[in-house]
Design a binder for this molecule. Structure first.
Ligand code: ZN
Length: 409
């Protein structure tokens, strides 16, 4: 079921539980009543849900040993040049072997966008032979081979799965994308990633999202939550050493999680007075960086110490609405901020999460994103949507601002 394809061949001998499943927690799930959060009248929910995907466990590990992973903290160019990863075959167009002679790929791929150029249809059922990606290309967006959602499913099998699964379990439908840099740059060394490559990753993601949404709408999907994110480092879910981002496009059409519900309701309550358009972020003592296009600040209610939030200065709802000059500025700013965080020894394992308004929702929303450095969290924090942080956000902001100064000359 790799590539999110379920057909008669790969379903043979399997049960309805051996497919990617989406399960809503009955103790924290309620019906959405808010008009606007969804186009059509249909039972939809918000709350806590889990994707349970047997396909995920098949994915290859990017680091074989802890030692190998440690090398990546040392951001030397030597390591970067000689490194071979699972994506090397996809970019070089030939099967690359690791140092032990083991092939790193079976020679197949699915490319949704090469830079911004559309390639394979997001609903294609045909992985194809790898081919060399030209050096001038900055980034490519692939169909994730080990997704948590099913992208294509044989109608007969779908029918039998729907019949056999209890009503609180659903086959999870959707598209999982992964965007990689054409050339190898280690994810944990943001300072080594050229600005234009990072911008290239964003541009390729944007083009791929638009392609997927267009094709999804053609297939009569609607109300589509889209989650773009980066997992940087193994501690925060980044299983591959190469810089890569992902996008989860949920096509199950049954609602969204409770955190997104909170954001949607908060913006609804704000009405015309968008908080992000008006606020000075704590009288500016939590501000880290303001550019022509973006504002970065330490959030007053951090999810982790040094939790940074940022948003485009323009009131736009989605990642896919970002313009080229906003994207270029973001690449430059993010690189600087990551370097400033490295300099004050904040954990290099970090997530970047983009919070966007789902497609089809008639909701006001100001897109924003979070940079969350890794930290071990405790029990109280698992029990509620709450965090205990030790660092005062304005002190964290001061430290980052001071560390950033040298790059702003
Ligand atoms: Zn706004």
């Amino acid at each position: 079921m790799e590539w999110g394809i379920i057909n008669k061949e790969n379903f043979k001998g399997k049960t309805s539980y051996d497919v990617p499943i989406k399960r809503w927690d009955p103790l924290s799930t309620v019906t959405i009543h808010t008009e606007g959060f969804g186009l059509r009248k249909k039972a939809r929910y918000y709350g806590h849900y889990s994707y349970i995907s047997p396909i995920r466990s098949e994915r290859p590990k990017g680091f074989k040993t802890n030692e190998e992973e440690k090398q990546f903290r040392d951001c030397s160019k030597k390591i970067m040049r000689r490194y071979k990863d699972v994506f090397s075959s996809v970019t070089e167009g030939k099967i690359i072997h690791d140092d032990w002679g083991v092939p790193l790929s079976d020679g197949f791929t699915m490319i949704v966008t090469q830079d911004e150029i559309r390639r394979d249809n997001p609903f294609s059922a045909e992985p194809h032979q790898i081919e060399r990606i030209p050096d001038v290309c900055k980034a490519i967006t692939l169909i994730n081979r080990y997704p948590s959602m099913a992208r294509i499913i044989d109608p007969e099998i779908n029918e039998s799965i729907v019949k056999n699964l209890p009503s609180h379990l659903k086959l999870s439908r959707g598209i999982n994308l992964v965007t990689i840099s054409r050339n190898f740059y280690p994810s944990l060394c943001f300072n080594l990633i050229p600005e234009d490559v990072l911008a290239g990753i964003f541009l390729s993601m944007r083009a791929a999202i638009l392609y997927c949404i267009e094709e999804s709408i053609n297939k009569d999907y609607y109300d589509i939550p889209v989650m773009p994110f980066f997992n940087i480092g193994t501690k925060v879910g980044g299983s591959q050493p190469r810089i890569h981002s992902q996008v989860y496009i949920d096509l199950t059409m049954d609602g969204h999680g409770s955190r997104l519900e909170g954001y949607l309701e908060a913006f609804k309550e704000m009405g015309d007075k968008c908080h992000l358009c008006k606020t000075t972020h704590g009288g500016s003592d939590r501000l880290i960086l303001e550019t022509e296009f973006w504002t970065f600040y330490n959030t007053g209610s951090p999810v982790r110490n040094y939790h940074i939030r940022f948003h485009p200065n323009e009131h736009i709802r989605r990642f896919s609405q970002l313009k080229v000059n906003q994207i270029e500025d973001l690449a430059m700013s993010l690189k600087m901020i990551f370097q400033a965080l490295d300099d004050i020894e904040i954990d290099k394992n970090r997530n970047i999460l983009f919070n966007c308004c789902p497609y089809g929702y008639d909701a006001d929303f100001h897109m924003f994103a979070d940079i969350i450095p890794h930290e071990v969290i405790g029990g109280a924090e698992m029990a509620d949507d709450m965090r205990v942080a030790r660092k005062l956000p304005h002190i964290a902001a001061k430290e980052i601002r001071e560390s950033l100064k040298k790059y702003l000359q």
